[in-house]
Ligand binder design. Structure first.
Ligand code: NAD
Ligand code: UGA
Length: 464
């Protein structure tokens, strides 16, 4: 089966970059990315590629190369579904905020809406691909909705979870560790799998394309994120032990990471992991385990979240304690708001929670993030509903000038590991701060010796 027309529902952090790379390597396939968010689609179509809605190194170049050639962004979801032989579902699957499973289960209403829309519009056979991260056995739900249309259209459902990380999305898509495709092990299922394999084979070596059954594929995605997040929580747990014993977490991480069975990646102690997925996916895993009555399994994984919440709170409380138990009316500079460097995404960023705790203590914050705008920062704080929006605007200001942000501050905090923070004139920052001048480095980003030489009271994670 030769695919010539692909549709992707959801023009977000996954749909946009993934389809851009597929389009780049398959110039003979028309790829249409659709979204019900008209503003987002308009931004993807902006004549200046630098205004596309997602900041990802290398992405705008690929969009410039492919957009209008074989990559298209549109709000006409029905037309794109109708025309496509293969439909990727790449919509958001956030944690439920209401009803049964509130705060734990994934909200699958957007997935169901997609399935219903496909069922309504499709007039010929389709391959439907789960690109979103989904609870194991979701394919069953999609199948059930698509099966009951009575119009004779045949569907194959594949699971093809995405493993890209934000900030390195293009690198990860161009050279993935593996591509995972789950499908039915019958003749029709195999044909669908082969059609998708062919698309990836345009740039990915065959041995990196792994095929499994649908359930293994769905569960592997949740498991991969749980294992990755678990490593961060594990090293963060050790970081506190380092602080009380005089061990240095960076040295511990290096020492254990050289054991090839452990490996060196994902051992960077931090203020806590953020991002739209780790927490959501682990909560979902916990919910699934609980729903099967697997209490011990659920409790085991829940601890990863508990540890992460503790790390964020611990960081904020340490700032308050160190600033003589009060931050009321004190200016605190926030360097970084995104959940990691090289992205403009702030979902579940540790910065939001640290800020919220400090604002409860009436601190005055000034924030700088190279890629996050003022309105996003206010929206993130307002979303918590801890205080009135006017109060957030009164207590929090934003600037792109690091020297203005840090001027007269009692403390500077590093929340995101942006490279540019290392290039600042820290002597100049020190000279213009209140004394003693504190730096709380939540990313162990700056040179501790240099900072102390300048005169800063410098504190990092996992080092006494
Ligand atoms: P996102 O919120 O950035 O994008 C989702 C888009 O889907 C939104 O623009 C929304 O308007 C659109 N949408 C929702 N329902 C729709 C509908 N019925 N019709 C048309 N458009 C609709 O989300 P994201 O970060 O791209 O994540 C998408 C999925 O991929 C999630 O399941 C997530 O867990 C998974 N994932 C994300 C990442 C990541 O780095 N962000 C990585 C791997 C997997
Ligand atoms: C993560 C996974 O790495 C991707 O494989 C997965 O596809 C994606 O989730 C997803 O499903 O959404 P992402 O959240 O974009 O990607 O970024 P990561 O690099 O994993 O970082 C997550 C958080 O952990 C960040 O806040 C980061 O600062 C933090 N982190 C990461 C640490 O604190 N220490 C580390 O050693 C690594």
């Amino acid at each position: 089966m030769k695919i010539t027309n692909i549709c992707c529902i959801g023009a977000g952090y996954v749909g946009g970059p993934t389809m851009a790379v597929i389009a780049k390597h398959n110039p003979d396939i028309k790829v249409t990315v659709v979204d019900m968010n008209a503003a987002r689609i308009a931004a993807w179509n902006d004549s200046d590629v630098n205004n596309i809605p997602i900041y990802e190194p290398g992405l705008s170049d690929i969009v410039a190369e492919t957009r209008g050639r074989n990559l298209f962004f549109s709000t006409d979801v029905d037309q794109a579904i109708f025309d496509a032989e293969m439909i990727f579902i790449s919509v958001n699957t956030p944690t439920k905020t209401y009803g049964k499973g509130k705060g734990m289960a994934s909200d699958l209403k957007y997935i169901e809406l997609c399935a219903r829309q496909i069922a309504h519009v499709a007039k010929d056979d389709k391959i439907v691909i789960e690109k979103s991260t989904l609870p194991v056995r979701t394919a069953q739900t999609i199948k059930s909705i698509l099966k009951h249309t009575g119009n004779g259209v045949q569907y194959q459902i594949l699971s093809n979870p995405e493993f890209l990380a934000e900030g390195t999305a293009i690198r990860d898509l161009e050279n993935p560790d593996r591509v995972l495709i789950g499908g039915d092990h019958n003749e029709e299922g195999q044909k669908a799998i082969d059609a998708l394999v062919k698309i990836y084979e345009a740039w990915i070596p065959k041995e990196k394309i792994l095929t499994t059954n649908v359930w293994s594929s769905e569960l592997s995605k949740l498991t991969a994120n749980a294992f990755l997040a678990q490593r961060v929580s594990s090293i963060n747990a050790i970081s506190e032990l380092c602080e009380v014993t005089g061990a240095d977490v960076t040295e511990v991480a290096r020492s254990i990471g050289m054991d090839s069975r452990i490996g060196s990646k994902f051992l960077q102690a931090s203020v806590g992991f953020g991002g739209s997925c780790f927490q959501k996916d682990i909560l979902n895993l916990v919910y699934i385990a609980k729903s099967y009555g697997l209490t011990e399994v659920a409790d085991y994984w829940e601890q990863v979240i508990i540890m992460n919440d503790y790390q964020k709170t611990r960081f904020a409380h340490n700032i308050i304690r160190t600033l003589y138990n009060t931050v009321s009316g004190k200016k605190i500079a926030f360097l970084g708001w995104a959940f990691k460097k090289d992205t403009n995404d702030t979902r579940e960023s540790a910065a939001i929670y640290v800020a919220d705790i400090l604002l409860n203590e009436q601190a005055e914050l000034m924030v700088l993030d190279p890629k996050v705008d003022k309105e996003t920062i206010y929206a993130d704080l307002d979303y918590l509903k801890t205080r009135a929006p006017e109060e957030n605007r009164k207590l929090v200001d934003v600037s792109s000038d690091p020297y203005e942000v840090c001027k007269d501050a009692h403390a500077v905090t590093i929340l995101t590991e942006w490279d540019e923070f290392n290039t600042y004139d820290w002597q100049k920052i020190f000279d213009n701060m209140k004394k003693p001048a504190f730096v709380f480095d939540g990313r162990n980003l700056l040179d501790a010796i240099k900072m102390k030489e300048i005169g800063f009271m410098y504190e990092s994670i996992g080092v006494r």
